[in-house]
Write a protein that binds this ligand. Structure first.
Ligand code: NAP
Ligand code: ZN
Ligand code: ZN
Length: 350
């Protein structure tokens, strides 16, 4: 075991504070990463506050959150071939999976039918708790480590590892592209990446935000249209118009109302993960033969494809870099939708 330091929530809803813990010794297939930056995902807040207890195994505290990890390789095990010391690398939401089930074999490790080992708030194959990226270093099997774009700032690429892939995967799966109309609900960390990626894929993009406050930003990010959902006219004007809606909202909302915006055979993909159940009206589904679907991050292969796509198209996240001492303040600001558009912790401040 080797010592690591970071920030942790010692119990559900506790504010995050400095914390020392042990990471495993490097094994022959491991990469040791000196963490430079870690994004703050809304999922970190949900988990540190234990808001998903109904849907998951028991949360593990103390919890070191963080699954948008970008850094530099500082050591490699004797059998590592994919990464070398000095490489810019990343780690997303998971650090292992069974590697043998049909899902793993087809590059869908995030849906591993045995067990995806999440980057934090989980247990590895030996039963030890995993700790995330609000820390100085991490030890990860080389197969779960990504190559970061060389041509873009590392801090602006860290959130691609969750926010980026979570939108890229459904955009690809539901074939967003020229001739398709896509709406992104919620212009936060996930949503702003959805706009950039959908635009780069050549699709017509509409943002559905609570107000028009972020309209100029939305257009700059690549949106063709921008509407406020607080205006009831929005739902009349846009009824039956989208092929695909990507819903990133983390709070209670009327899903039936949003379903009514889908045209024939349209799909609303839920990626936001609110704490409470949301009821849905059957008629909102049967009309126009609509589908309600969900999607969870992306596999290792697809995440690398997304990083390479971002590198090629010069796409990174709009970030506000903060010191780790400001993490609790940053959480409060995320909850107020007061972030443009992702907080990233500068780990040099640890
Ligand atoms: P975020 O930065 O807080 O963005 C969420 C956005 O939703 C806000 O910026 C806001 O946009 C909108 N919103 C917030 N409260 C709302 C309300 N009461 N009614 C309507 N809209 C509201 O969060 P994020 O990091 O993008 O994450 C979003 C959700 O996705 C979280 O639940 C997170 O856990 C989940 N997530 C899921 C996956 C996955 O694999 N499925 C991956 C990562 C995160 P406007 O100001 O534009 O309205
Ligand atoms: Zn996330
Ligand atoms: Zn598996």
């Amino acid at each position: 075991m080797s010592k690591s330091k970071g920030y942790a929530a010692v119990a559900a809803k506790a504010t995050l504070a400095p914390y020392s813990f042990e990471r495993r010794e490097m094994r022959e297939n491991d990469v040791v990463i000196e963490i430079k930056y870690c994004g703050i995902c809304h999922s970190d807040i949900h988990q540190a506050r234990d808001e998903w207890s109904e849907y998951q195994e028991e949360s593990i505290f103390p919890m070191v959150p963080g699954h948008e990890i970008a850094g530099v390789v500082s050591a490699v095990g004797s059998k590592v071939t994919k990464h070398k010391v000095g490489d810019k690398v990343g780690v997303g939401c998971f650090v292992d999976s069974c590697r043998t089930c049909a899902e793993c074999k087809s590059g869908l490790e995030q849906y591993c039918s045995v067990r995806t080992v999440w980057t934090y708030n989980a247990r590895d194959h030996e039963g030890s708790p995993t700790y995330g990226g609000y820390s100085d270093r991490i030890v990860v099997d080389e197969n779960y480590v990504l190559r970061m774009p060389e041509n873009l700032p590392l801090e602006a690429c860290a959130p691609l590892l969750c926010a980026g892939i979570t939108l890229y995967s459904p955009l690809r799966h539901w074939k967003a592209g020229p001739g398709k109309k896509v709406a992104i609900v919620g212009l936060g960390g996930l949503g702003h990446m959805g706009v950039k990626l959908a635009h780069a894929l050549g699709t017509e993009v509409t943002v559905l935000s609570q107000s028009l406050k972020k309209q100029a930003d939305g257009k700059r990010l690549g949106a063709d249209h921008f509407y406020a959902t607080s205006d009831p006219e929005t739902f009349t004007k846009l009824a039956n118009s989208f092929d695909l809606i990507l819903n990133t909202v983390s709070a209670q909302m009327d899903w039936s109302q949003y379903m009514s915006l889908l045209r024939l055979d349209g799909t609303m993909v839920v990626v936001g993960l609110p704490e409470k159940h949301i009821p849905i009206n059957a008629f909102a589904l049967t009309a126009n033969r609509r589908s309600l679907a969900g999607s969870q991050i992306g596999g290792i292969g697809e995440t690398q494809e997304m990083l390479d796509f971002c590198s090629k198209h010069g796409i990174a996240c709009d970030v506000e870099v903060v010191s780790i001492q400001k993490v609790n303040e940053a959480y409060e600001r995320v909850l107020k939708s007061d972030v443009r558009y992702r907080f990233v912790i500068d780990m040099a401040t640890l």
